[in-house]
Design a protein around this ligand. Structure first.
Ligand code: APR
Length: 171
């Protein structure tokens, strides 16, 4: 059974086995979580991302999928990069957002990881409404068949924290 915890803070501060990155399909960095992880983790992460692009992911990492690299100088051991869907008001992309969490846990299990820190994927630049994103995220983690013992959602601001806390209580 995976214990779900919530924390208000910076995902790059988390001492867990794996930190999940809200990446884009290029895997070559960006802003938000992606920018923070690359800035704090250092160039080893980008080097491995480039190697992934040169090998398995020539066309980029598709939305909903996940892949692991070193965490470089972060206090974590691994970064699991996942690409969230961009929110769309006229196309339901919920399954893709749920897949980000499910696939990140699958990769975590392949690595033998026990503690994972998740950001609120797609709720920043990709504009997914927090309440809905929190419900999808928690449902996906609860439904996953995984050996991960702690799924720690690291929320960067109070509105995000409140949205996840409300969803966790099942209001
Ligand atoms: N730690 C934890 N959460 C953070 C951090 C951080 N250091 N920085 C930002 N966040 C929060 C945001 O406030 C938001 O709630 O993470 C959530 C996801 O926001 P983004 O990082 O913008 O990710 P996303 O919405 O999935 O958009 C991905 O943005 O940064 C680019 O390269 C990235 O193109 C990709 C896109």
């Amino acid at each position: 059974m995976t214990n779900i915890t919530l924390i208000l803070g910076d995902i790059t501060d988390q001492t867990v086995d794996a930190v999940v990155n809200a990446a884009n399909s290029s895997l070559l960095g960006g802003g938000g979580v992606d920018g923070a992880i690359h800035r704090r983790g250092g160039s080893d992460i980008l080097d491995e991302c480039r190697a992934l692009r040169a090998s398995h992911y020539g066309g980029g990492l598709p939305a909903g999928q996940a892949v692991a690299t070193t965490a470089g100088r972060l206090p974590a051991r691994w970064v699991i990069h996942t690409v969230g869907p961009v929110f769309s008001a006229n196309e339901d992309r919920s399954a893709t957002l749920a897949s980000c969490y499910r696939e990140s846990l699958r990769v975590a299990d392949e690595l033998g990881v026990r503690t994972v820190a998740f950001p609120a994927v797609s709720t920043g630049v990709y504009r997914w409404p927090l309440t809905d994103a929190a419900r999808i995220a928690l449902d996906a983690v609860r439904a996953a068949d995984t050996s991960v013992t702690e799924a720690r959602f690291v929320l960067f601001d109070q509105p995000a924290y409140d949205a996840f806390e409300t969803a966790l209580r099942g209001d």
